[in-house]
Design a protein around this ligand. Structure first.
Ligand SMILES: NC(=O)C1=CN([C@@H]2O[C@H](COP(=O)(O)OP(=O)(O)OC[C@H]3O[C@@H](n4cnc5c(N)ncnc54)[C@H](OP(=O)(O)O)[C@@H]3O)[C@@H](O)[C@H]2O)C=CC1
Length: 378
């Protein structure tokens, strides 16, 4: 495990114009398993289509559970609906599809409406699901999806954070309504503390003065304690239900694991105290895949409504959160990183040729921090 391991930061290359019309990338041509991942050196370098878009040279990217799920077709009904606009502009189609949702890299070209960045700037970002992904030499991003990268991190270190950081921000801050000002002494339960998302969420909450309880396996207890977790429950050796019920009364519960979290978790919240259970496993994408968009949305709304009513009955609130690109949040997180408040936790770094191995690792679902792909320096 590379906790805060230092990698050389290379100075930004001289940027004048795009390097060529073809690039290396990992693509899929149909949904399926790892065997669908195809490496090419002749993918088309994407074009800037909107004035607020930028062309990025990617130095490093991470692999997230969403990449392995999208490889299998998860969310395709909704994501393809969102992609229609891009297809109309670029004349593209669903395949070949490049996976990968975050990156650290360098700005190569900017659209006319880009005001905050210029060629040569080092940036990081987590991009919308309908865009072509970041497991490639270049990608197109919108200026609202990125910020300047933390100066204190190498590209490999930086690439480990954007997707999990922005998702955590959405879940705990936008949906869970925690802020730097009000989080002090709040009691927060973070399930799955050893994974990519958990390792970031623990650090953010500790930086803001919350009291953090987390669950993880035996071998990860030391890791989550080193990140600041106040109470650690080892779900392999301890009775999670009785331990959590003993200390219950949480202001916010973050549930990234959905069905793996026992239903009693909702009852661990403080009653009648504006407490919130935030789940990162929403049925919206799986329901629309299964039933089509109208019926899938209806099923989701019914499910959501049931949980809201349940929340009203006991004064607690049940909410879902989804990744939403957020360059402003990344800018604030970059400052926390440069101030030494948050550190990247990297499980393993793979070369660009080893992308299928990186997918396999993430698919095993036993992350201890993040899985990163080195692209520029591979
Ligand atoms: N809605 C959204 O937009 C998003 C949702 N997510 C969700 O968050 C989940 C986690 O993401 P991420 O952290 O990146 O994934 P990782 O694969 O990095 O981590 C998953 C972690 O969960 C732990 N875990 C599994 N079961 C339990 C359990 N019963 N109790 C405690 N810990 C457990 C694993 O540890 P161990 O090896 O000990 O089992 C592992 O450390 C994803 O699977 C996805 O469902 C993530 C990002 C966006």
């Amino acid at each position: 495990m590379l906790l805060r391991q230092r990698f050389c930061t290379k100075s930004a290359p001289k940027v004048k114009t795009r390097m060529g019309t073809q690039m290396s990338a990992w693509q899929i041509f149909q949904y399926g398993g790892n065997e669908e991942l195809t490496q090419t050196t002749t993918a088309r370098v994407p074009n800037i289509l909107k004035p607020t878009d930028l062309l990025i040279e990617i130095h490093a990217a991470s692999v997230n559970p969403i990449d392995t799920m999208m490889r299998g077709g998860y969310g395709k009904a909704m994501i393809n609906l969102l992609r229609q606009g891009l297809w109309n502009q670029a004349g593209g189609t669903e395949f070949p599809l490049i996976l990968g949702r975050d990156f650290s890299g360098v700005v190569m070209e900017t659209g006319k409406g880009v005001t905050r960045y210029k060629p040569g700037d080092e940036v990081w970002g987590a991009i919308a699901t309908q865009r072509q992904g970041t497991h490639a030499q270049y990608c197109i991003v919108g200026q609202s999806e990125i910020s300047h990268k933390p100066k204190s991190l190498s590209h490999i270190e930086a690439a480990s954070l954007p997707y999990v950081a922005v998702t955590t921000w959405t879940a705990l801050c936008l949906v869970g309504e925690l802020t730097q000002k009000n989080a002090q002494n709040k009691r927060v339960l973070i399930h799955g503390g050893a994974g990519g998302l958990g390792t970031f969420a623990i650090q953010l909450m500790k930086t803001w003065g919350a009291e953090v309880t987390t669950t993880c396996s035996t071998d990860a207890v030391g890791l989550v304690q080193s990140l600041g977790a106040d109470v650690v429950i080892d779900y392999k050796t301890q009775d999670v239900q009785s331990e959590l019920q003993r200390i219950s009364g949480f202001d916010v519960v973050l549930d990234p694991l959905g069905g793996k979290i026992p239903s009693f978790s909702v009852d661990l919240l403080k009653g009648w105290r504006n407490s919130k259970y935030v789940s990162l496993v929403t049925p919206v994408l799986s329901s629309t895949d299964k039933f089509g968009i109208p019926l899938g949305l209806l099923t989701t709304a019914t499910n959501f409504g049931t949980n809201i009513i349940r929340g009203f009955i006991n004064g607690r609130s049940y909410r879902w959160a989804l990744f939403i690109p957020n360059g402003n949040a990344l800018g604030q997180i970059a400052k926390l990183v440069d101030n030494g408040k948050i550190e990247p936790v990297i499980d393993k770094v793979y070369t660009f040729d080893q992308v299928p191995d990186a997918f396999q690792k993430v698919e095993e679902k036993h992350g201890r921090g993040k899985t990163v792909i080195s692209i520029k320096d591979s």
